[in-house]
Unconditional design. Structure first.
Length: 482
């Protein structure tokens, strides 16, 4: 195992997570390996913890047994949304943090890799646009608990682009349409000489899981009508409800190729067996409201980006729900068949892009500088546009001219007319002999600009600290074509 090359990427998703590695005995002969559940799909991001013993169940087993586990287990889904918060769970006498829960999912992915004789010790991890520094720090902590070092974060749409870089390298304006199990995320990208910048983004919280439940509720209504019984879906026993939702998820996937799908359950609660054939036309009408919302979200992102459908080069569709036949028909009708691009493995694309990034020298650079506006209006650069980040600490000394507090005006541009003010940071002056102010600044591995400013005549513990999380960045893609 130690003689093998392994470059891992992880897509830590709200609903599903996945790991992909580029693995081989040498760097020129690498195989792409996928790590998810035992059925060859991504790993459900759910954790069930026994309320008495603290025993943990994760992934597909926890998802498929959700309703039957609710009484005896604490069932936790969408843990990604809790990272960076103070939320805790007290289970079996132990206090669990979001980092503890997330670590269980990452441990399961690590175990999947180990079962194939590969050690997942380091990875590039994909996160949503706007994922805050506190959430990134929490995810790093969770990964550390699982024995994984996060080499770098990459945004999910940029990872999707990197996975398909050789196919899309001639494109300038790309929209990434990422529709998974829990959310739809749409991002417009501008690609310029290998630099990927994010122009606009939007999303909705209705995706594959919502479609599964909607279909399950309709099937239940049909079963009850045929048996002339009136029982609400919510009152089904837990095992039956799990079975029906699981069958509906499979039916949704089968409609990618089939025109008729049959749902059969031999023991439907206490009401005997049920069987129903569903036609594609019925399914299409049922999911049409979801498709309409997804199309509206896409239109909104394109409009906010300042583009229109005529100058969109490609719409890159990733995530399991992007495989819905009705969605594909609508996208191709609206934007043209040549504009819509579907990778071979839409559910694995983001993790695959992260793993490719792990093998290369690509990384983030500043697309806007960070500097100071001086008292005479001139601009003093601190970290310049194009600088690779994270970067080493810079230290600069400034003299003092009077007894009043110093005001450091952080901004982004040499041009006054286009200058964006970041913050006015006030620093005390103590009017001591030979006094000057020392500014120390750097960009950390979460893409956060951090600075500390204080007098040389006092302890550093009394210095003023300030950070800025909304840096304008671009991802520099290293050429992946041999």
């Amino acid at each position: 195992m130690n003689d093998r090359y392994n470059w891992f990427g992880i897509d830590f998703g709200t609903t599903n997570s996945a790991a992909v590695s580029l693995t081989g005995i040498n760097e020129s002969n690498l195989e792409t390996l996928y790590y998810g559940d035992d059925e060859g799909r991504p790993f459900p991001s759910v954790v069930a913890i026994d309320k008495e013993t603290g025993a943990v169940i994760t992934g597909r087993e926890a998802k498929d047994r959700r309703n039957s586990l609710l009484e005896t287990h604490e069932y936790i889904s969408s843990i990604k949304t809790y990272l960076g918060t103070d939320k805790t769970w007290t289970i079996a006498g132990k206090i669990w943090t979001p980092e503890d829960i997330a670590a269980e999912i990452l441990k399961a992915l690590k175990a999947k890799a180990l079962s194939r004789n590969n050690s997942l010790d380091e990875a590039v991890v994909a996160v949503p646009i706007g994922y805050t520094a506190s959430k990134k720090s929490a995810l790093r902590k969770a990964a550390s608990k699982a024995g994984i070092d996060i080499k770098m974060f990459i945004s999910e749409p940029t990872a999707a682009f990197c996975s398909n870089y050789n196919e899309l390298r001639s494109c300038k304006n790309i929209v990434v349409f990422d529709w998974g199990g829990g959310t739809l995320d749409v991002v417009a990208l501008r690609v310029d000489n290998g630099n990927v910048s994010e122009l606009s983004a939007d999303g909705i919280n209705e995706a594959g899981n919502s479609i599964d439940i909607t279909l399950a509720e309709r099937m239940h209504a049909i079963f009850m009508r045929k048996k002339e019984i009136s029982v609400p879906f919510e009152q089904l026993d837990a095992v039956t409800k799990d079975q029906l939702i699981s069958k509906c998820e499979k039916a949704k996937c089968d409609f990618e190729d089939e025109d008729v799908v049959v749902i059969t359950i031999n023991k439907y609660d206490r009401y005997g067996s049920v069987r129903e054939a569903i036609e594609y036309d019925y399914f299409s009408l049922l999911i049409e409201p979801f498709i309409n919302k997804a199309m509206s979200c896409l239109e909104n992102v394109i409009k906010k980006s300042g583009l229109n459908k005529e100058n969109i080069d490609k719409i890159l569709c990733v995530g399991g729900s992007s495989k819905l036949r009705l969605l594909q028909e609508r996208l191709e009708q609206e934007y043209g068949e040549d504009t819509v691009y579907y990778p071979n493995r839409v559910m694995w694309n983001i993790a695959e892009g992260a793993s490719i990034t792990s093998t290369r020298n690509g990384g983030y650079t500043l697309s806007k500088s960070v500097g100071l506006q001086l008292s005479d209006g001139t601009y003093f650069p601190l970290i310049k546009k194009g600088q690779r980040i994270p970067c080493e600490e810079l230290k600069i000394n400034f003299g003092t001219i009077d007894n009043s507090d110093a005001c450091f005006v952080f901004t982004d541009s040499e041009e006054p007319e286009s200058r964006e003010l970041y913050e006015n940071v006030f620093v005390p002056i103590y009017n001591m002999a030979d006094e000057y102010l020392t500014l120390q600044c750097y960009v950390d591995n979460n893409n956060v600009f951090k600075t500390k400013i204080g007098s040389n005549r006092i302890s550093e513990t009394r210095a003023v600290n300030w950070k800025y999380e909304n840096l304008k960045v671009a991802f520099q893609v290293e050429d992946t074509e041999e």
